[in-house]
Design a binder for this molecule. Sequence first.
Ligand code: HEC
Ligand code: HEC
Length: 299
Amino acid sequence: MKRALKWAAIVIVGLVGIVVLIALGGYIASERRIDKTYAIADEALTLPTDAAGLAEGQRLVTIRGCGDCHTPDLGGQVLLDDPMLGTIPTANLTRGQGSATAGYTVADWERAIRHGVGPDGHSLLFMPSYEYAGLSNEQVAQMIAYLQTVPAVDRLPAEPVLKPLLRALFLTGQLPLLPAEKVDQDMAHVASVPAEASAEYGGYLVTTCTGCHQPNLAGGPVPGSAPGEPLSANLTPAGNLAHWTLEEFKNTLRNGVTPEGKALDPAVMPWPLAGQMTDVELEALWLYLQSLPPATSGS
Ligand code: HEC
Ligand code: HEC
């Protein structure tokens, strides 16, 4: 009996030891990637100073979903707070107390938005810069010009906490923790993109939708959502959109009700943001979605 107990104790201590070693290995492996620095040259951008340029910057910041994570007043919030995963705050983008961007140069803004790299050269955490990497110089300049004028909000950010499960999800490629790794850092930026009702322009805009609707737009779990929260819908011709007209698509995003009569909850599907897209932008998105191969979630 004593012997059996002794062996059981040895096995338990051994197992605990293995778990500790795995956790330590995961910690070291993830810290090594978090510590990596990127040297991104300053991009020479000319910011608009006219009212029209600033208003367009505000609209672009809206339709690109910055306020969805950084809150509508851009003062930031706790994006994820989970006892198993940890804490991920979004930054205060205003010049108020707790600001992350008060000392930013134009090049710092560009590095954060299109490269996912902070002023200290490290990758930002969880900021989806891979969705913004392809923004034209013209549009990113309009957005920065507007961001520099946002009214100050005093809000101190929480400290990020990365728990072992979050690190494990990151190391197994299931969580986009380090955007700088996912961005093609050598990508050439275009000066401007013509706003036209074409599938090509839709492809430029759709990066705002892929974060939740999955890269192939077939829908699925929204990253960071809890189990039981609605899955994002299939936007390829394998989903409901196959039976919609362009007008119905526009109405859905402008009024938040689908042709099937489903009211979309703006807290899960940010249709009020998409609804600020112009007719040309919505038609371009529509043409792009129609051009996709029908796909189902997970394929
Ligand atoms: C999916 C959520 C999400 C969206 C959408 C998003 N961000 Fe972020 N952003 C974050 C998080 C999280 C951080 C904090 C990163 C960190 O602490 O390292 C961040 C950080 C930043 C920073 C860096 C601040 C610093 O610490 O130096 C800037 C600048 C920024 N975001 C701008 C934007 C802009 C502009 C947009 C829209 C084009 C945007 N973000 C959209 C989540 C988001
Ligand atoms: C923050 C996550 C998120 C973003 C960003 C997002 N969606 Fe959604 N979307 C959802 C979710 C979740 C649903 C499903 C809502 C439900 O079932 O109640 C949905 C549903 C939809 C629907 C309804 C489809 C149907 O079959 O009923 C359309 C259309 C849609 N989204 C289009 C878009 C477009 C276009 C974009 C980009 C401009 C976009 N979404 C961006 C999360 C998102």
